[in-house]
Ligand binder design. Sequence first.
Ligand SMILES: [Mg+2]
Length: 213
Amino acid sequence: MKSKGWAVVTDFDGTVTLKDVGDVLLRHFNAATREEIENSYAPHVKMEEWMMEYFRPLKIPRKKIEAYVLESTRLRGGFIKFNAFCARRRIPLEIASGGVDLYIDCLLKKWKLRIKSFYGRTRFTKAGILVEYPCLKGATLDVFKAARVSRYQRLGYKVAFCGDGTSDLKAARLADAVFATKRLRRFCLEEGVRNRRLKNFLDVQKFLTQQGK
Ligand SMILES: [Mg+2]
């Protein structure tokens, strides 16, 4: 099959943003301890189930959560330009995330980013904040992310994957180029998965430019 050039699949929390927004807000509102958050990254933990468990008891109004997220979250450098670059070059760019609409929607709106995105849905109910992942269709998050990568490859693209966490490792193993930071970078180095350090998205842009598309 003739190559269609590159596509990019990226994680959101800790990748598009500098810190994991979900973790920061659960810490801020005392819904999870530092240790509980650390444990959520153990390889056997299903991130999507962990999110459902820890968001549910959060008794904080939506507006208050959004206000905190908007003031405390920083975008990784270069992402707005990188998004425009991908649009200009017709490079598919999508977000595959275990995060939730509760904070992702207001952040994308603030940064005026319109990007194809997959992430969890929240509902405020009497029983608490319910988190659902309709996009997973029963798969686990790490398998879903890997499936997004292999989907583009089947369509004839080479795929650059960007991520930072445990649930990114399966996708990273399949990708044609990996931009990794934090835990994902450590896992890649341990497992011998070739990767480049993700610091600023302009580095990803430079890489894609050098690749010819
Ligand atoms: Mg992440």
